[in-house]
Design a protein around this ligand. Structure first.
Ligand code: ZN
Length: 403
């Protein structure tokens, strides 16, 4: 009976977040609707909420065209790129070594092959940024090509399940760029040296977004932080990534509405996990500088509730007593299993600051993180969610948090 009520709630939250609100990309109106909805629900459940405002940019994709000689090529605007209208000779580069040697200034630069195999991390992204990516970005900014075209394939681990993927997705990088499929790239290679004409109607729009933090019980010196990111990529309803995470927070908030334990419970909806500048995460880190030692545990939910397979709880540096409780929980809830450790989520922030953490996701997703074609695409919709799993996760976490 109680379960049935939770199940119905889960479905209604899912419809609100993924259908009534059409998109939740950072800076969009839908994103602000989602944070305001969450804030209201949490307050109504008796949690003390606080929002913090973030300066971000939204992005409007007006499409792009590329012409070389009499041929047109299919290109897509890189997210958050500046627009352009340029005519310049086309040059091609396939590796970092070649980039160092070629004179690319003022030309339209095609990046293909090895140098375009994985998405370049945004230049100001501090959590993970391979030296090779930083070198490529620095060289491009130094030599200033007129525009960049990248020919890419698939890179599920860094860019989600999209094909082709944008090599560059960075609102802090100011050389206009577009991207195309590998096949289109192979055709374009035969045009190297010819004058090319690239037009891209892409606009950056200053906007606002919000983090939502809600608290209950105890004192600040011993905090348990339960988090999920509320934003989604443009062009996806973001059901598994990560409406189900926010819904788990809401179900938990309801189940724990009478909580009055010694430890402070803090619910955090991060705004920006799927956005180049991770503004919500940066803001939270700034505000908690020096206080991460008070966080006794982070539980982060991302990618939970996929219809196939079990829910997966991955454990990071849990103290012995907590680990024993977690094992007890695994034994009580049939649909939950221990997951392998993975890093592409907001639990990493807490782990990097020395806090123990539990990452909650779907086993199928974390085991197919490099090959799945669902996240960040229209396929991540209501049809792939099993609400029974969300209810079970909320109940298991409530059990754990009450101990
Ligand atoms: Zn996510």
């Amino acid at each position: 009976m109680e379960n049935d009520k939770l199940y119905q709630k889960c479905i209604s939250y899912l419809k609100t977040l993924c259908e009534e609100i059409p998109e939740r990309s950072v800076g969009s109106k839908g994103n602000r609707q989602a944070t305001s909805f969450l804030n209201k629900e949490l307050s109504a459940l008796g949690w003390k909420t606080k929002v913090s405002e973030l300066d971000v940019i939204d992005w409007e994709d007006g499409g792009a065209t590329l012409q070389v000689a009499d041929q047109s090529f299919n290109v897509l605007v890189s997210p958050y790129s500046l627009g352009c209208s340029v005519q310049a000779p086309l040059i091609g580069v396939s590796s970092l070594e070649k980039l160092e040697r070629q004179d690319i200034s003022g030309k339209i630069l095609l990046l293909y092959g090895d140098i375009a195999k994985e998405q370049l991390m945004p230049k100001d992204f501090v959590f993970y940024n391979p030296e090779e990516h930083q070198k490529v970005i620095a060289l491009l900014e130094q030599m200033q090509p007129a525009a960049i075209i990248s020919a890419t394939s698939r890179n599920a681990a860094l860019a989600g399940g999209v094909y082709p993927f944008p090599l560059i997705e960075d609102g802090d990088f100011d050389i206009p760029s577009v991207y195309m499929t590998e096949e289109e790239g192979r055709k374009l290679l035969s045009c190297i040296g010819n004058p090319a004409m690239l037009q891209s109607r892409s606009t950056r729009i200053p906007a606002r977004a919000y983090n939502v933090v809600a608290r209950k019980g105890g004192n600040m010196d011993e905090r348990i932080v339960i988090s999920a990111h509320i934003d989604a990529k443009k062009g996806t309803p973001g059901a598994i990534d990560n409406a189900t995470g926010i819904i788990t927070l809401l179900l938990l908030a309801g189940l724990l509405k009478d909580y009055s334990g010694d430890r402070l419970l803090e619910i955090v909806a991060f705004n920006g996990e799927d956005y180049y500048g991770v503004p919500g995460q940066m803001d939270y880190i700034r505000k908690n500088q020096g206080h991460f030692k008070d966080i006794v545990l982070n539980i982060n939910i991302d990618g939970a509730g996929y219809k196939e397979g079990k829910s997966a709880f991955s454990f990071f540096n849990l103290p012995e007593a907590m680990r024993a409780l977690a094992n007890d929980m695994l034994a009580r809830f049939d649909g939950i299993t221990e997951g392998i450790q993975w890093n592409q989520g907001d639990h990493s922030i807490f782990i990097q600051h020395g806090c123990p953490a539990i990452a909650v996701s779907s086993q199928w997703f974390i085991e197919h993180i490099d090959s799945q074609d669902i996240t960040h695409t229209p396929k991540d919709n209501l049809d792939i969610v099993d609400c029974c799993k969300i209810v079970e996760i909320a109940e298991a976490l409530t059990w754990l948090l009450r101990k």
